[in-house]
Ligand binder design. Structure first.
Ligand SMILES: O=P(O)(O)OC[C@H]1O[C@](O)(CO)[C@@H](O)[C@@H]1O
Length: 334
């Protein structure tokens, strides 16, 4: 499906990013980062929590569903906290409420949204309005910009020097994304045809790719295809879920490039021995040779998102069930 869009131009987005970076740098006491959102936007936060957790030596970080963030009401949300929020529409009530909660505690709030006039954009102090839909630059999508901001925070607070590599990697997305999509189009069509009547499909990953597996399970399969699913952490696979592995049970398993690849590989090795229905997608095939080795791991999720969307589009097509159809979401009070 194509989406007609008007969006903020890239020069303005660069200014918004620079303004947010400067505001965070100015607040010298910042010691923690909260990443919060709902659904697919929350999934975009999870790789960034991995990134922060892995590279920071003093900065604390947590990724939380927005309703949980507000409900927890942790006393550790204060003027020393940066709260990064994301809502594509900018209207998800839990995320707007999270921004209000963070501000009431004196935290510095930065919101990512497609709509710069949305309630979330109005509630947060700093807004980065990303691109989406026809004509967008793949370098200015939400996930890429969140990763850039997080790398900048790591540089400023931890002297990490990761921004140049992340920025250079993000600049390559306009080439990498169409190539990854094209490389999987045929396989996605074959998989979707074979899988079109399956009532249940599991997803599995670890580390910075778990968020992508999670979003495929809850957004693409459950929400948009009404197919039963669960995202299984590859490390947890051997602590329960592997018991449902069987010759005819479909799994999508991701093999990433971060430090948890051996965790994912162990699960894939077992899985592929015991089922004929494992679809394994390996980031080694994304052609990331031009991306600095030290950031390939946290960068790969941006390509997994695109590739898995290709599989979702094909599945929707073969099932005759458009990804836009909902029974409850946005159709009634909840
Ligand atoms: O806050 P956002 O990003 O607009 O999300 C709204 C909805 O979109 C999804 O991410 C995907 O449809 C849902 O999970 C979520 O409820």
């Amino acid at each position: 499906m194509t989406v007609a869009s008007t969006f903020v131009d890239s020069a303005t987005i660069e200014e918004q990013l620079a303004t947010a970076r400067a505001a965070i740098a100015d607040r010298e006491t910042v010691s923690r980062v909260v990443l919060t959102a709902c659904g697919g936007s929350f999934a975009n936060m999870q790789p960034n929590e991995y990134f922060l957790g892995n590279r920071a030596t003093t900065l604390e970080s947590v990724a939380l569903n927005a309703a949980e963030f507000t409900s927890r009401g942790s006393s550790r949300v204060d003027a020393d906290t940066v709260v990064i929020l994301c809502s594509h529409s900018g209207t998800t009530p839990e995320t707007v409420a999270a921004a209000a909660h963070a501000r009431s505690r004196g935290a510095l709030t930065v919101a990512f949204t497609f709509d710069p006039a949305s309630p979330l954009a109005q509630e947060a102090e700093y807004v980065i309005a990303y691109q989406h839909g026809d004509g967008k630059s793949e370098s200015y999508v939400g996930g890429a910009l969140i990763l850039r901001l997080v790398a900048a925070i790591l540089d400023e607070r931890e002297g990490a020097s990761l921004s140049p590599a992340i920025d250079a990697a993000v600049a390559q997305l306009p080439v990498l994304v169409p190539a990854a999509r094209a490389a999987h189009t045929e396989a996605a069509d074959a998989w979707a045809f074979q899988t079109r009547r399956e009532p249940l499909i599991y997803t599995m990953a670890a580390g910075s790719n778990y968020g992508t597996a999670y979003s495929f399970a809850i957004c693409l399969l459950q929400e948009m295809q009404w197919v039963h699913s669960a995202a299984i952490h590859a490390g947890e696979y051997f602590h329960g879920p592997f018991e449902v592995t069987d010759v005819d049970v479909p799994f999508i398993a991701l093999l990433g490039l971060d430090e948890t690849r051996p965790v994912e590989q162990r699960a894939v090795d077992f899985l592929t021995k015991h089922t004929d229905r494992a679809l394994v997608i390996d980031a080694k095939e994304f052609g990331l040779d031009g991306v600095a080795a030290e950031v390939q791991g946290v960068f790969a999720h941006l390509l997994f998102n695109v590739v898995l969307r290709t599989y979702a589009d094909a599945l929707a097509d073969h099932r005759g069930h458009p990804l836009s159809v909902r029974r409850y979401m946005w159709r009634m009070e909840y």
